[in-house]
Design a protein around this ligand. Structure first.
Ligand SMILES: *Cc1c(COP(=O)(O)O)cnc(C)c1O
Length: 389
């Protein structure tokens, strides 16, 4: 059987805590248990026709995996060419650390210069297809810019709520796309509460992290891309700068789907969550054996994407780290800024602070010999440094 152009194997949504099923044809946010919803696909049927060779000749962007994305009709896709970012070997940093296979996935090359577009492209396309009329998000900066771009493309109003100290670049970007930006004196969680309140009152569609199921689907494409870019293998270690954890949980989900499709076996990359010492709730939970995080008090870090005191999907992140024999590592702001400058100056990749955090964390893991010299290691540079002025 050959998949038709508009076909998806999407079947339903499932509560990530209880496994309860939800209809895919209606607007859904979180489950009745208050947990993120996960999109599920008929992988048994997909297995017969959707093998890696089916991707040959398709454009290198997130929609090459459309059978495993939730959009029913390709005509509903709102795209700015998101995804398909380069996987670059880091020769000079690799030599310095004694690693022969160190790569950087440079997500700064996406539209709006951050990887948030992967999730927003899918989530906004779905929101519009399901009838949403006004869009809203709580953001540290990049999610707001990304939502604003797709809202402009869809011709819908967007409301962005950010902490008062969010980077100017991303706020100016959201405003340029015509979004309404509101500041809160507080952190991302406070922004989230305001968005939830106003969404309830005004009927906005809340696209805050894991408050709807489809940003995760867009982010999971990073896992599929790594598989293709590494000649249909997976790396040994992935370092991911973690805030809400959508990308990390997304890749973990992608690997499970790929196994169900028969693309890979049961082996998994060791997933590493990188945080700042000023906000490291995942590291603390990993060390105490907790299944969820306790909110990090007075969270403070120069890396806005990492300043998440407690993520809605924390229990999923912790499961992904433990099941893959991974780690949570925290680095200081000083270390992550130095590392982002080093990455920029030695590799020609304009690194963001969050991307620098991954390099700084890798240094400590190499020092501990937790990473082997011949292992394939991926660092995520999640946005362009150009956005942080
Ligand atoms: C949002 C963001 C992160 C964190 O991503 P999550 O998937 O929410 O953990 C990291 N880096 C940058 C630059 C971001 O914008």
């Amino acid at each position: 059987m050959v998949a038709r152009a508009e076909e998806t194997f999407f079947t339903h949504l499932e509560c990530s805590r209880t496994g309860e099923s939800y209809e895919k044809g209606e607007i859904q946010h979180v489950s009745r248990a208050g947990a993120p919803l996960l999109a599920r696909y008929d992988t048994a049927r997909a297995r017969a026709s959707f093998q890696p060779d089916a991707l040959t000749g398709r454009p290198f962007n997130i929609w090459r995996y459309r059978e495993l994305l939730p959009l029913a009709n390709t005509s509903d896709i709102l795209s700015l060419g998101e995804g398909g970012t380069p996987l670059l070997q880091a020769h000079r940093q690799g030599a310095r650390l004694g690693l022969s296979c160190l790569y950087i996935k440079d997500e700064g090359l996406n539209p709006t210069a951050s990887f948030k577009v992967r999730g927003m492209a899918v989530a906004v396309s779905m929101a519009v297809a399901l009838g949403a009329k006004e869009l809203a998000v709580a953001s540290a900066g990049n999610a707001g810019g990304a939502l604003a771009a797709y809202a402009a493309r869809a011709g819908l109003p967007a409301h962005i709520v950010v902490p008062r100290d969010a980077p100017r670049g991303s706020v100016a970007e959201a405003e340029a796309f015509g979004a309404e930006v509101t500041y809160v004196d507080g952190l991302i969680g406070d922004a989230g509460r305001l968005v939830a309140e106003r969404s309830e009152r005004h009927g906005w569609y809340d696209l805050s992290t894991l408050k709807e199921p489809y940003r995760l689907e867009g982010k999971k494409t990073m896992g599929y891309e790594l598989f293709e870019q590494l000649d249909r293998t997976l790396p040994d270690v992935i370092l991911y700068p973690t805030g809400g954890g959508t990308g990390l949980v997304g890749m973990w989900k992608a690997f499970d789907e790929m196994e169900a499709l028969g693309w890979i076996g049961s082996g998994r990359p060791r997933l590493v969550s990188v945080q700042s010492t000023g906000c490291a709730p995942l590291k603390r939970a990993m060390e105490s054996g907790a299944l969820a995080c306790t909110p990090w008090g007075n969270a403070a870090t120069i890396a806005p994407g990492l300043r998440v005191p407690k993520a809605l999907g924390d229990f999923l992140i912790l499961r992904a780290l433990r099941e893959t024999k991974g780690r949570a590592v925290a680095v200081t702001d000083d270390e992550l800024m130095k590392a982002s400058r080093a990455l920029t100056e030695t590799e020609g990749i304009f690194a963001c602070p969050e991307g620098g955090a991954c390099l700084a964390a890798l240094e400590s893991l190499v020092d501990e010999s937790w990473v082997g010299k011949d292992e394939t290691v991926i660092l995520f540079n999640t946005a362009s440094g150009a956005k942080y002025f």
